[in-house]
Design a protein around this ligand. Sequence first.
Ligand code: ADP
Ligand code: MG
Length: 345
Amino acid sequence: MSGNPSRLDEFGLIRRHFAPLAAGQAGAFGLTDDGALIEIGDGERLVVTADTMVAGVHFPVDDPPDQIARKLLRVNLSDLAAMGAEPRNYTLSVVLPPEIDDTWLAAFAAGLATDQKLYGIGLIGGDTVSTTGPLTFSLTAFGTLAGKATLRRNAAVVDDDIYVSGTIGDASLGLAIIQARFDAASDDDRDFLITRFRLPEPRLSLGQSLIGVARAAADVSDGLVADLGHICRASSCSAAIRLNLVPLSGPAERAVTDRQSLHHSLLTGGDDYELVFTAPVAMRGALERISSKCGVSLARIGQCVGAQNETPLVAVLDGAGNRIDLGHGGYRHFKKGQEKGEKGR
Ligand code: ADP
Ligand code: MG
């Protein structure tokens, strides 16, 4: 944050300065979705998404280079997953300070090679420049959609079930361990949580299977409550979820035992890269089948409940149905008090 009190958070900045530039571009969705759509003819459509990672903000400077590379690719793949797209190609821009040497870059490239194979995506271009500032990467991923339908954030309706894939909160605990703010119960738990921070698993097959089944979807990058809030805002509805239905891994369960505020913080911690989505009640059976076909667990955590002017947009309820106050709902760049490096990822 620059210290300029008139500066908005990232979403305010996007709305004010960039969304007007996307006016009239149907596939830009007003810059409110996980990616954009370009019609390329023959019934195929291209999904485009970009994400940038800055050392000291999005990843600790001394993280292993291959894992930084893989995470950079995977966070973009996660946006493709949230749109139901199949990965095709990507471009990569690297901004290198002098201390980044050839050995570092070889390890970085090896990480990309591993995940290119794993996810069936290939590099097609980019840019390489030097800087006296922090190490920075920007990646733009391109995916395709075969049919007419897509997954969007704006189609949730009242009474929809709300689901989340996998488990929530592991990555924020992993980051806390890396930053020595927290320690896990055992070495195995520590390794698991750190790996969940460094190597998210983009839910690509799940996303593709949700087309025509889910109504609205987003990936969880800023935190479950914040990203579900994005769905609610885009869909003009609000949501109620139950804390005890939000799925935790074994290591996360052990971490939050007897630590209520840590448990609450997992719902606003970022970097899960799971999918949060809504679906009509009639789709419960179909979703069970999709879950077993994709090998990804799905938890039904709540419902879309009412008009958008409900406060808060996303209510988190305890076992007795009382609202839990979580404070601010997710990580925001450029928000007062969140200086560069505070997040450390
Ligand atoms: P995500 O967390 O899914 O990657 P972001 O929160 O980074 O999405 O961005 C929200 C939306 O705003 C996306 O549609 C993204 O493409 C768009 N966006 C962000 N920054 C810019 C920018 N500088 N110019 C145009 N669009 C942007
Ligand atoms: Mg996203």
